[in-house]
Design a protein around this ligand. Structure first.
Ligand code: B16
Ligand code: MG
Length: 219
């Protein structure tokens, strides 16, 4: 029986990808690296430092900066990103998500956040959904990021549930792999192609209704 939902943030609850993109693009420009939206797709669900490494590699500059300099660059990106997320309001919840969270709460399901973003708690506050959640996995506490299952396993632990009692929701391929690796039922939001490893695929968050999720997961 399903007793908990474990959510990714960016791409499932709200769309912060555009803000990440603009902040990385402006940092990349300062380093003389061009990046477009197509390249940006690779950064979804990937941690801040790993994203920076991918951008440097993309610009053939992977050996140009020391660890210290890279931390400084990632901090610069994060400062710009933090400025832009100040605009987030409850209107930025993706379609269907508010209803899903409310229905799950009403049914007594546990809910945890499994986002790679260290800005997750701030974003949840701005979306006014933090009270609906029982826990947020701290990405800084992880020994490995997605596709490693650790973040979803920790989410289930936080809820006091077995992984078999939880459903994980993701929009990134690495995230779906993490859910599957944890032994949880995976819901993928996105194209059939990108989400082919998910147990259940919806193209849009508006199709994420609690009844359908529970029905699919208990088959
Ligand atoms: P931060 P998710 C991820 O969020 C984003 O998709 C990814 O682009 C970002 O680099 C990562 O969070 C880290 O974010 O710099 O705020 O710590 O999809 O795992 O909710
Ligand atoms: Mg995501």
């Amino acid at each position: 029986m399903i007793k908990g939902l474990i959510f990714d943030l960016d791409g499932v609850i709200t769309d912060t990808a555009e803000y990440h993109y603009l902040a990385w693009k402006s940092l990349a420009k300062k380093m003389g690296i061009e990046m477009d939206r197509e390249f940006n797709e690779q950064l979804k669900g990937i941690s801040r430092m790993e994203s920076l490494d991918l951008i440097l590699k993309h610009g053939n500059k992977e050996n140009d900066y020391s660890e210290e300099e890279k931390i400084e660059l990632a901090t610069q990106k994060n400062e710009e990103y933090k400025e832009s997320i100040k605009q987030i309001t409850p209107n930025d919840l993706l379609p269907g998500i508010e209803q899903l969270l409310k229905d799950a709460k009403e049914k007594g399901l546990g809910m945890a956040l499994a986002s790679a973003s260290k800005n997750g708690p701030e974003i949840m506050k701005r979306l006014e959904i933090e009270d609906l959640f029982d826990g947020v996995v701290d990405p800084a506490s992880l020994s490995a990021g997605k596709p490693d299952p650790e973040i979803f396993v920790k989410g289930a632990e936080m809820l006091g549930l077995d992984v078999s009692e939880c459903v994980g929701l993701e929009d990134a391929e690495a995230g779906v792999e993490a859910i599957n690796g944890a032994g949880m039922f995976s819901v993928g939001v996105g194209s059939k192609d990108a989400m082919h490893k998910a147990d259940f695929i919806v193209e849009d968050t508006k199709d994420l209704t609690l009844d359908v999720i529970l029905e699919r997961a208990s088959k």
